[in-house]
Design a protein around this ligand. Sequence first.
Ligand code: NAP
Length: 274
Amino acid sequence: MQIMITGATGQLGGLILENLLQKMPAGQIIAGVRNPGKTSELHQLGLETRIVDYDAPETLDKAFAGVTKLLLISSSNSDDQVRLAQHLRVIDAAQRAGVDHILYTSFAFSQKGNSDNVHSLTEQAVQDSGLRYTFLRNALYIDFVNVLDLKEAIRSGVLTTLPGNWRFNAVSRSDLALATAAILTQSGQENQSYELTASQTWTFDDLAGALAGLAGKPVIHREDPEMQHWFYNFLSTIDTVSTTTDLERWMGRKVTPLKESILPFIGPQQTQTF
Ligand code: NAP
């Protein structure tokens, strides 16, 4: 069996590879990379790399030859029309190459709202292709807390947010990667969909509590109707409230606690961006 992970140089792809390497020989894993200049770390792990550029169909035909399971990590392009076209190219090439089973990193509960979002349309295209599939519908990454300026909240003792009944099923990439590696290596996952969310939602009050615990000083949550950030508009277009236990079931443990998963966003080396 040959498993290929596209977007292998990305944050989620890298974490999935780390987990996969603990479950199967490196010789059965192929890392799909867009940029040939980013392969050295992957080679050091003993992995074969192949060029996979969603914009270049000729790379896809070559890359997918002999692949049994293909994990398509959704494109990071900022334009959803472009993303969809890229995903369609990958699905077409997977069909041409005779890939046995395609897995796609979709978005949690994206089927519930407007069905013409990029993830629902990609899922539809996969189903129309007749390929065996598994949809890994990932929750919002916890990294979105970056937009809330947690360091300033700790400094001032006040976490300020826009009023609203906000609740979040968001989780860390590490948790998603652990579950994804488990699903990739378990047989019998054809034509299944999993909603990989936290099993319980958390609120901005909970976040202020977690910050207070980490800082060892009071941090309160205050709502400010004047607060402005484009991200609140985005949040109102997605389902951050619905939950399942799919993620915990596949991880074989509880999701990482909020206090622990926000640590990378309050430390001095705050490098990740949403
Ligand atoms: P990331 O760190 O930005 O990695 C994206 C990966 O996709 C990189 O390896 C990148 O290659 C590759 N890629 C981008 N365009 C490509 C193309 N045209 N052809 C082939 N590969 C291409 O993102 P991530 O954190 O791993 O997240 C994975 C995906 O989840 C994102 O791409 C996005 O679709 C989605 N996402 C989900 C959430 C959420 O909250 N659930 C949030 C943000 C993003 P290079 O290294 O060459 O750039």
